[in-house]
Design a protein around this ligand. Structure first.
Ligand SMILES: [Ca+2]
Ligand SMILES: [Ca+2]
Length: 117
């Protein structure tokens, strides 16, 4: 399989897989589309699966660009664990939100039927 970089997970294309790639995925979590650079497994949505690629290859350097940037493991306020927790929290919240929305729509539907009687 051809990839732009030797290992999957380099979202921003700087030849290293580090905290900034993880951050991009978390910032764009839940977005869907055809050509998202954050969508590493190309299933059309940015989610925890894409994050797992970054986690798996975290702190890797593209061997074809060995003298490129140094991967950054964490920033002053961010670690990979914290980002992952944010992403998981987000996923739970959005599922709950969707569930609540579908309940509300069902309720509205029932209500409208009642008005018609
Ligand atoms: Ca990168
Ligand atoms: Ca994906």
């Amino acid at each position: 399989m051809y990839t732009d970089t030797a290992v999957a997970g380099d979202v921003n294309g700087d030849h290293v897989i580090d905290i900034y790639d993880a951050k991009l995925i978390v910032n764009n979590a839940g977005i869907s589309g055809d050509r998202l650079k954050e969508d590493l497994n190309k299933d059309g949505v940015v989610d925890i699966i894409d994050f797992n690629f970054v986690e798996k290859n975290f702190i890797s350097i593209n061997p074809y660009f060995p003298i490129s940037n140094k991967p950054v493991e964490k920033t002053k306020n961010l670690t990979l664990e914290e980002l992952k927790k944010t992403l998981i929290d987000y996923s739970c919240t959005s599922e709950l939100f969707q569930h609540r929305n579908s309940l509300r729509n069902n309720f509205r539907y029932v209500y409208m039927i009642r008005l018609n009687i």
